[in-house]
Design a protein around this ligand. Structure first.
Ligand code: ARG
Length: 266
């Protein structure tokens, strides 16, 4: 069958212009690369958790943020960071408002029902933060205490779990970690549960805080995605490259002066 002339002409033009562009000068080639780079991924975080994601003046900075930037560079995309309450992160992934989350988020089987995770990029012990002289290192130590945790966190789950077995444990969940610190300092909470590194960061500005690792409580952090996101594989590959190139260790060393101990404790 013969094509009508106009159709043939336009087909020719399309093919021709394609050939023309492909064989074109560097200028055109680099603008094609640039348009690839213009892919922008929106990352959700909860910037209330030093040294992982927090505000320095009006900038969100931290260990997770540096890793996110390195990953974005590695896969050749732009990064936009959106700050929100921790409890809003998973709904934001599900509704597609953000393409991934880096917020010191711990992968759990429960969460894996609704979202997916990268390989873990860090493992840390949990801490109990108090003002009392006697530190808390065990679940039993939470008896008769008002325990503060972040809303929507695995710490909240952990504390509620302990409280379900011991009704002297009272759990209160708040949106932001700084609010929890405030409540502890003003005596309205007895103990907070959070990651050791973060507890230590708060302790630097509030030297009265006592920080102790909770025994048998190690958690890891991973990057979260909507279920079956096409970015998971690319991000895992990028993480692997950053590990091999030493970039990940450099970021670790920049944020944790004692980074060699990062895997083992405080
Ligand atoms: N690792 C804990 C969790 O996944 C707490 C994370 C809190 N993150 C934050 N940016 N405040 O639930």
């Amino acid at each position: 069958m013969h094509m009508p002339f106009l159709k043939r002409l336009s087909l020719f033009l399309i093919l021709f212009s394609g050939t023309f562009l492909a064989g074109c000068s560097d200028d055109k080639a680099s603008s094609a690369v640039e348009s690839d780079k213009a892919v922008e991924l929106v990352m959700g975080t909860s910037a209330d958790m030093p040294p992982f994601e927090f505000y320095e003046a009006s900038q969100i900075v931290g260990y997770d943020i540096d890793i996110a930037k390195a990953i974005a560079k590695e896969i050749g995309v732009k990064l936009q960071i959106r700050d929100m309450d921790f409890s809003a992160l998973i709904p934001s992934l599900q509704s597609g408002r953000v393409q991934f989350v880096m917020a010191s988020m711990t992968p759990t089987p429960e969460r894996e029902k609704s979202i997916s995770f990268s390989e873990p990029y860090l493992t840390l012990p949990l801490a109990a933060v108090t003002l009392e002289q006697d530190i808390i290192t065990t679940q039993k130590g939470l008896s008769n205490k008002r325990v503060g945790v972040q809303l929507g966190s695995t710490h909240e789950q952990f504390a509620r779990d302990v409280a379900s077995r011991d009704d002297t444990v009272k759990v209160r969940s708040l949106n932001k970690l700084a609010e929890l610190i405030q409540e502890l300092i003003s005596g309205r909470l007895d103990v907070l549960i959070m990651e050791t590194k973060t507890a230590k960061s708060f302790q630097q500005v509030n030297p009265d805080l006592k920080v102790a690792a909770l025994e048998d409580n190690t958690v890891s952090f991973a990057i979260a995605f909507p279920k079956d996101s096409k970015w998971i594989e690319k991000v895992n590959k990028a993480l692997e490259n950053l590990q091999v190139s030493g970039r990940l260790n450099a970021i670790r060393a920049a944020w944790f002066s004692d980074y060699k101990n990062t895997l083992s404790g405080l």
